[in-house]
Write a protein that binds this ligand. Structure first.
Ligand code: 13P
Length: 287
């Protein structure tokens, strides 16, 4: 089924696992992404940057996610990632996205609260979920570069969720967007403190740079949404370079693109197994 972020994160909380949120960089890769989730018995969050959403067309992403989640036995959320402009958020909601992120993390704290409230009012009024962010994630995302990520202050987190009824909160715990050549050191004591203080599903950004050995501990400490983007992009591009580089120019495009989509499928299947700690909703019901 086509779901909201709030509903899949509620189920993840009850069954104690993390839902993978994977950035689609084009429309081609989306069916393989959803099939990977279906085969693993997990919901999936397909997320798009504003630029990718504009490139493909928001309603085209909505159509594919809705039609696949209607036909296949899999729950799909379509989420707008890191939107800073209220017009982009309104357009995504009006086009049928089931979840949006308002990223006011670079704004003064009070302004972040005020704007997040406005987004919540519009989104919740349309049955759409909202993710917000406090603290910052290092690296570059959507043309915005943050040199040094800023840790989330637990006191800010308490005040923020008192003011804003968000469905998920992204926190700064030492991750960086786009880190694909090394792994990061996470600040687990800080995450534990935030998790103890607030009763909201937490989100990790910059998942490519997170060591897979840390996944379990993140789930244990309230991370319910885990974002992976760059790892999929790199795998798709490397596979494309290999296949396009060795085939004739009049070879069917399909033969070069299918292996790229398969590379993305296999990464997602592997991550989902780790996020679910081998406990899918299906296996939990039959246990
Ligand atoms: P990576 O591209 O570093 O995996 O981060 C993805 C992300 O957090 C998108 O918001």
């Amino acid at each position: 089924m086509y779901k909201t972020l709030a509903s899949v994160l509620k189920e993840a909380e009850e069954l104690d696992y993390t839902v993978g949120a994977f950035n689609a960089h084009n429309l081609e890769m989306v069916p393989s992404m959803i099939e990977a989730a279906r085969d693993s018995g997990s919901p999936i969050i397909i997320q798009t940057s504003v630029s990718t959403a504009r490139y493909v067309g928001m309603s085209n992403f909505v159509a594919v996610c809705k039609s696949m989640s209607d036909k296949e036995a899999v729950d799909v959320v379509l989420h707008l990632d890191h939107a800073r402009d209220l017009t982009d958020i309104k357009d995504a909601i009006d086009a049928g996205y089931s979840s949006v992120m308002f990223d006011g993390s670079l704004l003064p704290f009070k302004e972040n609260i005020a704007k997040t409230k406005r987004v919540i009012e519009y989104a919740h009024g349309h049955g759409v979920s909202v993710e917000a962010e406090i603290g910052t994630i290092g690296g570059t995302e959507e043309g915005f570069t943050v040199k040094e990520g800023q840790y989330t202050d637990p006191k800010d987190a308490i005040e923020f969720v008192k003011e804003c009824d968000v469905d998920a909160l992204a926190v700064g715990i030492g991750t960086h967007h786009g880190q694909f050549q090394s792994k990061t050191k996470l600040n687990f004591p800080l995450l534990e403190e935030i998790h103890a203080d607030i009763d909201k599903p937490l989100v990790v950004h910059g998942g490519t740079g997170v060591n897979e050995d840390d996944y379990h501990r993140l789930t244990e400490n309230g991370i319910r949404k885990f974002n992976v983007g760059t790892e999929l992009l790199v795998a798709w591009t490397r596979t494309a370079q290999e296949y396009f580089g060795k085939t004739e120019v009049n070879n069917s495009l399909r033969n070069n693109i299918m292996p790229c989509n398969k590379a993305v499928h296999d990464i997602i299947a592997h991550k989902i197994d780790l996020f679910m700690n081998k406990k899918s909703p299906i296996s939990a019901v039959t246990e």
